[in-house]
Structures are given as C-alpha cells and as structure tokens.
Design a protein around this ligand. Sequence first.
Ligand SMILES: C[S@@+](CC[C@H](N)C(=O)[O-])C[C@H]1O[C@@H](n2cnc3c(N)ncnc32)[C@H](O)[C@@H]1O
Length: 301
Amino acid sequence: MGFIIEEIIEKIGLKNPEHAAKLSKNLAGLEAEIYPASESFFQKYYAYLEKEGKTIDFGIDCYLHMCDDMLIQRHKFIETGKYTSTSFDEVEKRVYGNEAIMTYHMHGLVLGQFLWFEQFERFKFFKENLIKYFPSQGKYLEIGGGHGLYMLGALELLPTDTVFDLVDISQSSINLAKGVIDNSKVNYTLKNVFDISDEDKYDFFTMGEVLEHLEDPIAILKKLANLIGKTGKGYITTPINSPMIDHIYLFNNETDIREVFDKAGLSILTEKIVISEHISPKLANKFKVPIMYAAFVEQKK
Ligand SMILES: C[S@@+](CC[C@H](N)C(=O)[O-])C[C@H]1O[C@@H](n2cnc3c(N)ncnc32)[C@H](O)[C@@H]1O
C-alpha cells in the first residue's frame, strides 16, 4: 500500500464493506491519476488531524455518518422530488451553527473530494483553467471555503503577491480550512456571502458547492457579477439532483443552472458536467442521480 487514499478505502472497508466496494468500483481505472493527485492534500489533512489529537478513523466515521445522511435525504428526494430544506435561516441554525453536525459533515466532505471521481474532476477542471482566467496580479476570493482544498489549489497556482481572502458562514468550516491550509497568506472571515459589501472588488472569485445552499441563487450571483466588474472572472460549481442535509435550491438539470447564470448577468466561459455514477445521461436523468456542474464565468458583455 502506497497512497493515503488506499489506506482510507481499506479502513472504510473494515467499517462498511459494501461502501468500500462501491468506491473501488467507481474509482477503477482512475487510480493512476486520482491516487497521486490526492496525496499532498491527504498528507495535510493527516497533519491537521494529528494536531487536533485525532486520527483518520475520526475522518472515516464522519464520512460514513455523512453518507448515512445522504442516503436518508435521497430516499426522501426520490419520494417527493424536492429537497427537505426550504429555509436558509432554518439550515443556518440546524447545520452551520451546530458545531457537532458541521464538524462531521465537513470532515466527511474532505474525504469525498478524492473518493468520488466527479469531485476529483471538479477540482481538476479548476486547476487546469484557473491560471488562464486570473490576471497577472490581483485579489482572489473564495466563498464557502469549507475543507480548504480549493484555496490550496489557488495558493499553488496563483502569483505569490495575490491577496487571498476566504469567507465562510460556519466557524467549524473556517477552523478546518485554516488547519488544513496552514498558510498565513490567507485571510479568513466568518461571513455570510450576502454580507459581502457591494464596495468590495475582486479579480476572481471561487464559489464551490454553495449556490444550492441558498434560497435565491440569482440574488447572490448578481452580487458576485458586480464584485468582479467587467474584467474579473469566477469559478462556480453546484450539483444537480443532489439532496443533502443543508441543500435548499434544487437544480433539475444543467439548463436550470445556465438560466440562473443568465438571469444574474453572467456568461459562461467554459463548463464541465460529470455524472456521479458511470451511467448514461438518460439513466442519470431517469433515476435523478447527482451530477457535478462547474463553470468559469464573467459578466455578460
Ligand atoms: C458543501 S461545502 C463546499 C466546500 C467547498 N467550497 C467545495 O467546493 O467543496 C459548503 C460551504 O459553504 C459554506 N456556506 C454555506 N452557505 C454559505 C453562505 N451563505 N455564505 C458563506 N458560506 C456559506 C458552508 O459553511 C460550507 O463550508
């Protein structure tokens, strides 16, 4: 055994063999790319766990807890065709403001970034394109930084004199991101994206998997279109048919997402869509299987 991710899958197998088998099946043929790509992130995550007096067993328990939540949410979603949450205030109290829930949920997501191939494809797409859309120097903002992976990617790729700001509504997420990133160049602020001042300007924003947590995604995208002005760019990802304990806004397909971007005054520079199982788009649509959607955007000309 060479890579940390292999140890993680083996340990998941001891607690939930069916789930580990499914992970291995989904990752089959992708190991040579994903395993080495995950190593430095998982090394940082292990170091953070050690500092906190924890081991990877803690992360694995969190991950399996999150997967149980997802199963329950999926059953309800298939029954009703809706996400269970409708109110941002309710989710804020129940999830973002609840340290215990937020901790296992975010640690669970840490592992998902490389155990789930569509999540890896989302990160790969980000790394392949970020430098193309970032000016030679400037200000970079990440909204909902969560586990820190995307900020680590930005730190690796962008010029050293870049200003790196991260905002998140949850203190647990900020603690995790700070611990994993472990880089004093990043400024962290506990803030709801809606409370970012209209006077603030950035050359680039990244907002991964946050749009579906909001009641009114158009309102926030209009704000972000203003934040980047005529020359800035952004990277946005949001899932389709992906019920979770904190998801509010349901995108049924990629057309729904494109329409929201359009209404907010954003145009798409390039986009990527990956189904989370190895099945056809027709089957994914029929069985409402989660789909990863990612796009680089700018203000409409
Ligand atoms: C699913 S995680 C996404 C983590 C990471 N950005 C990614 O792409 O995988 C969502 C993160 O967004 C944060 N968040 C949710 N609603 C937010 C809001 N209104 N303003 C700022 N952060 C928010 C949550 O606390 C959490 O850390």
